[in-house]
Design a protein around this ligand. Structure first.
Ligand code: SF4
Length: 374
């Protein structure tokens, strides 16, 4: 770690690791199976891309680094560590790595921590084997207690687990049992991300309408989940994210507050000074482009002030910070969907279920947009 304090705005670095053991049925992420021979070349490309970005003045000391995927834990921890070692980090920088449950052993986690990782996000999805096989996951409900023990022995002070909720194979009892498995013991994860199953184009799930989740069931499961988590003392701070106090994910908060970040790797997105750009979404082309010393950017956009203001409101509405009073065109029709907290309007549980519809009712002209509501 660089040992420097950051006095300016937060700055994030996202590192995309596009390797998986097998493709899950619902997944539309840019990720590859059967190309593990490319790990070392890819890691070299990530390091080169970071250096290039430094040379172009697009890097500041990071306040958060996030290795996402794909499956970052599929990389050898030393390879991942060699990328992390390259990144200039501010004192206290949050460094998260997404880990698949089958990789969450004490040795792997300990080696990642030795390289500077201080937060894990573990994709457990469910603890019910029939739910996991129903969404095409290869792991089969690894013991949550064993994972929690491995995390505790690694010494990190905060971590998260991911859930996928609402598949056709899941019943209420499965979700209740999963939440109890996750939280009903010492050393439970202080943060949970819970995503309702969505049907993404081009996935095996999308080609099989009989397996598409039912909207009413999804809504019911979300309400059930929220109730269960509240019972365990967890609060929502974004529609799909819940935590105990002080365990919110700093990196994700940066996205929701329109903060600046650099994305490294194939398909990674970056945002600085109202400009967004994204890298080539093809692994080999990305590597070749970086190896020949070229820019791996595939496209860019610059948001005008009004679009930026609307996006800021939309992102804020999905969080428990909410939006300023006056941000909606017609508040009368939103009874039961938003509630006033001080000078902010915040989604109720019912409102969170229809967050996209609520966003369509926002009005930038009437709202006094603030970039960081805190
Ligand atoms: S492990 Fe994650 S990134 Fe890989 S295929 Fe499954 S859902 Fe997609």
């Amino acid at each position: 770690m660089s040992g420097r304090f950051v006095t300016g705005e937060p700055f994030g670095v996202y590192v995309h690791i596009p390797f998986c053991a097998q493709r899950c049925d619902y997944c539309a992420f840019v990720t590859y199976v059967g190309v593990d021979d490319l790990h070392a070349r890819y890691v070299d490309s990530l390091r080169s891309e970071y250096e290039r970005s430094q040379g172009e003045g697009r890097v500041r000391p990071a306040t958060s680094v996030f290795f996402g995927g794909g499956t970052p834990s599929r990389l050898d921890p030393d390879l991942l560590g060699s990328v992390l070692g390259e990144i200039d980090r501010a004192e206290g920088c949050e460094v998260t790595v997404e880990v698949n449950p089958e990789d969450a052993d004490a040795d792997t986690l300990g080696r990642l921590v030795a390289h500077g990782v201080n937060r894990f996000s573990i994709g457990i999805q469910s603890t019910a084997p029939h739910v996991l096989s129903g969404i095409g996951r290869t792991h089969r409900g690894e013991s949550v207690a064993a994972i929690a023990e491995a995390v505790a022995s690694s010494g990190v002070s905060t971590w998260s687990m991911d859930l996928i909720v609402g598949s056709n194979e899941e019943r209420d009892e499965d979700l209740i049992a999963t939440v109890n498995d996750l939280l009903g013991h010492q050393g439970a994860p202080p943060h949970l991300s819970a995503y309702l199953l969505t049907v993404e184009k081009g996935t095996p799930l999308s080609r099989d309408p009989a397996r598409h989740p039912d909207d009413d069931v999804l809504a019911h499961r979300y309400e059930l989940l929220d109730e269960l988590l509240v019972g365990y003392g967890y609060s929502w701070y974004e529609v799909s994210n819940f935590s105990l106090p002080e365990h919110e994910c700093r990196h994700n908060q940066l996205y929701w507050r329109q903060g600046e970040y650099l994305g490294l790797g194939t398909a990674a997105h970056s945002h600085q000074a109202a400009r967004r750009w994204w890298n080539i979404a093809n692994l080999e082309t990305y590597i070749e482009r970086v190896e020949e010393g070229s820019d791996p950017t595939a496209g860019e956009e610059v948001l005008d002030e009004a679009s930026r203001a609307f996006e800021g409101l939309a992102l804020a509405l999905r969080t428990s910070q909410g939006v300023p009073l006056g941000s909606f065109r017609d508040l009368d029709e939103l009874d039961g969907f938003v509630v006033q907290h001080g000078d902010r309007l915040v989604l109720t549980r019912r409102g969170r279920l229809v967050a996209d519809e609520m966003i369509r009712r926002l009005s930038v002209e009437e709202g006094s947009f603030s970039r960081d509501p805190e």
